[in-house]
Ligand binder design. Sequence first.
Ligand SMILES: NC(=O)c1ccc[n+]([C@@H]2O[C@H](COP(=O)([O-])OP(=O)(O)OC[C@H]3O[C@@H](n4cnc5c(N)ncnc54)[C@H](OP(=O)(O)O)[C@@H]3O)[C@@H](O)[C@H]2O)c1
Length: 281
Amino acid sequence: MQGPILLNDGHKIPRIGFGTYKATDEEGVASVKTALQSGYRLIDTAAKYENEKAVGEGIKASEVPREELFITTKLWRENLGYAQAKKAFAESLKRLNLKYIDLYLIHWPANAKNHTNWQKTNAETWRALEDLQSEGTIKSIGVSNFWPEHLEPLLETARVKTAVNQIEFHPGYWQQAVTEYCKAQDIVVESWSPLGQGRVFGHPVLEKVAKKHNKSVAQICLRWIYQHDVVVIPKSTTPERIKENKNILDFELSVDEMRTINEIPKMGFSGELPNEWPDKV
Ligand SMILES: NC(=O)c1ccc[n+]([C@@H]2O[C@H](COP(=O)([O-])OP(=O)(O)OC[C@H]3O[C@@H](n4cnc5c(N)ncnc54)[C@H](OP(=O)(O)O)[C@@H]3O)[C@@H](O)[C@H]2O)c1
């Protein structure tokens, strides 16, 4: 199970990565540098986080060779559509100060609530990503927050299959149906908010399992996701936690522990639904 996951396009994605949502400029540079120097190789950012420049600086400051890294960024929902996507991607690349991106994701799907012809909007956006991939400035292309109802029409017109779907996935909200659909389609699932942004801490089941393994609740969450064969990208701007979150390979959750965590009732959900959120584009 250790080692990267092979994507359906032949590229490889590390199983453990580093998130940067809500990291300020200063935190972004320092935390990305710390993460890379602690051994992380996957960095996840997005145009919407407004920290791509800081992430790029952190990458440079780490002095890790570019070819060892797996950098993800995302197209924000205001830039859906062919021409807008291409322009937004060029701007992201410039802010990151990179020559190519390893994984570029459509951050949120166009949906029926916010778009009159949402299927066409998603298809046109995807076509831009396919063209950028064939030009060589993106290695792998994927989506985020897509449910099967968004993926199915997309896959019908796609020339290139979606490699990754990044979704909210943590104890108490792990979108089992979406995950199973993606796995059946050979689409790798990546977990966002693997710690529910802290909302899952304090749950008695997680605390009990953590005590048993002499690990933190954060490490239990991350290990549980890892054992689901789902990529994790925890965010932290605290150096000790950055290191702690990577240290999940020296223990294993039993089948019973996996099931008990699977069965935790709904908790920690962000409230963000692909068909409801946002109210307005
Ligand atoms: N595609 C999407 O729509 C989407 C949405 C949300 C997030 N994401 C991505 O997923 C990444 C991770 O999700 P997230 O940032 O929302 O939340 P998260 O990783 O679940 O939680 C981050 C929070 O947990 C704290 N934390 C981290 N490690 C900890 C530990 N070991 N012990 C205690 N507290 C700990 C952090 O605090 P400190 O920083 O103070 O240490 C921070 O407040 C994001 O950064 C982003 O890259 C994507």
